[in-house]
Each structure stands twice: as structure tokens, then as C-alpha cells.
Ligand binder design. Sequence first.
Ligand code: COA
Length: 323
Amino acid sequence: MLYPKITQVAHVLPTKVVSNSDLEAILDTSDEWIYSRTGIKERRVAIDESTSSLATEVGKILLQKANTKDVDFIIVATMTSDEATPSTACLVQDGLGLTQAFCFDINAACSGFIYALSVAEKFLLSQKYQKGMVIGVDVMSNLIDYSDRGTAVLFGDGAAGVLVENISSTPNFISELIQSDGNRYEALHGLSSNRSNPFKIVHNQSPYLLMNGKQIFDFVLRDVSKNMLQALKESGLEHEDIDFVLAHQANQRLLNALAKKINMPKEKFLSNVAYYGNTSSASVPLLLSESVDKKELVLGRNQKILFTGYGAGLTWGSLLINI
Ligand code: COA
């Protein structure tokens, strides 16, 4: 039996950079407030790009790097599909010409990549499929109210992904714990409604992302920290065995607090939130891909990485993986 391993990584970003001072020009905010509360300096905003175009570019790079067109499935994690249907994954398939692959999206908000990678692993473990493409992509700028300083400063757009293949003689997905709590959905949600339906009167609904920042902050420190520690415990590994933590890049202050809460040196928490903000489903694979480019992480070296996501749903989860 062969076990799944991450074999390629790639990321693609919109070219438009929006700095904190650009936001100062349109909102009652300041670089000082944003940076001190979140660690964010700038973010990318899609102008000519779309969710499917960014994801397709990621897919192209993955196929080029692997020199293959032999992919059994494409899973895209996103909550900002260009269209409600078909899925972004089907548009990626079309763009890549991978006619033999089956394709679908997962919406688990900022935990989406963690969920999608877990699902990919299960398909591969079945041994029926040998190679999967998992992409996390979000164009959060489509969902953000740029007159709401509470959310507009936090989010950005991006896409990143991996190829996962059955190539290893030993397991690499060491432990996982994936959780949800729909009861707390109101802490972070974006409404969707058909405003042209003459039979339905929609009252007081904002079409934008709404967030209770403090509730999310508390949720991460309480529930996500427990989840990370439980995933670690179930792996049988100790804190010092973990080479790096790749946690969802929502806010540097939150990442520092999380590191402290789980008693992990904050240097082990890799970070790029300063340059991209919160890119939702793209956040964790974007950090992975950049860290590989910077050679902080080396695929095939068997570094033990704790991947953690958290976000709307509420959803959260960790995967401990040998990369
Ligand atoms: N610029 C300037 N002032 C702002 C602001 C902005 N962009 N956004 C909010 N403020 C104001 C608030 O209105 C408030 O003003 P008031 O005291 O007059 O009411 C003040 O700053 C303090 O707001 P507060 O909410 O207490 O700030 P905070 O220190 O808790 O930080 C967040 C706010 C959003 C940065 C923080 O709660 C957070 O990071 N939460 C997690 C959010 C997240 O990551 N969500 C996505 C998860 S997937």
C-alpha cells in the first residue's frame, strides 16, 4: 500500500497591492491602528483576476512542476466562487483540460483548505485514486463592505494549492481533528439572497461579510487552541517534535496569542499575514507555498507540520503532516 504525500505546492496572487495607507484614503482608519491590532501592512485585491482564474493559474503551475496531466480529482476550497454553480473546481478542470478528473468545491470558509486536504487524503487512502489537486482560493474583496472598517482592513485575495499523491511507503498524515459549530454561525457570516425575487421581501440583510471580531478572537483562543493540543496529543508527538505550525493567517496578534496559549515558541508559527492579510481558504496553502519557496520548508524532508484552520461556520481543524 502507498500513502499520500504532498509533492508540489504553488501560489498565485492578484497583482494589485492595497496598503494600509490606501485604506486610510477611503476609511476612518490608520496604518497605526491596523498594524498594531493585526500585524497587516498590505493585502492583494483582485482587479482583473477572478476566483477561477487565480485557481486555474495555481493548477497550471502545479502541473508544470510535476510535469503531469494525470490527476484523478480536483478539490477547491472556496467561499467566493465566481458562480453559485458550477463549482470553481469544474472551471479549473476546464482551464487545465483534465478531462478525466472529478471535481468539486468545499466551503468551510477559512478552514476550507484543511477540510479539503483531509478529504483528499481519504480518497487517496482508498487506493482507488492516486493523485489529487487541492486548491484554496478566495476573492474576499467580492464579499467585503469597503465602508466597514471592522472587516475591510483584515481580508485579502489569493490562491494556492498542492498536489497530493500516493507515493510513500509510510503514512505522512499523522493525526487530524476537524470540528464545526453551526450554533455560533452569527459570529462570522455573509448573506446571500436573490434581491430580484418579487415574491420574497428581504428585510435588513447586508449582502456583505459580517463579523463579531471579539467573539472570533475568543473562539480561536479557547476552541482552536484545544483542537491543536488534542491533534498533537493524538499523534503521540511532543511540542518539540513539531518543526513548524502553519495556522490560518487572520491576525498576527491572534497568532502570537495562540502560540502562547498552546505553549509553542512563536518562532515556530510561520507568518505572512503582514503582506496578504486574511486570504481565507488560500491562507494556509499560501503560507506553505511561500515557505517552500523561501526554503524554510523542504518537501520530502519529513518536517512535521501542524496545519490549523479556523473560520466561519464556525469551522476549525488541524492536520499534523510529515511533509
Ligand atoms: N480602524 C480604526 N479603528 C477601528 C477599526 C479600524 N479598521 N476597526 C475597529 N476600530 C475601532 C472600533 O470601532 C473600536 O472603537 P470604539 O472603542 O470607539 O468602539 C476600537 O477600534 C476598538 O475596537 P475593538 O474591537 O476593541 O478592537 P480589538 O483590539 O478587539 O481588535 C479585531 C479588533 C477585529 C482586530 C480583533 O477583534 C480581531 O482580530 N478579531 C479576530 C477577527 C478575525 O480574525 N476574523 C477572521 C477569522 S477567520
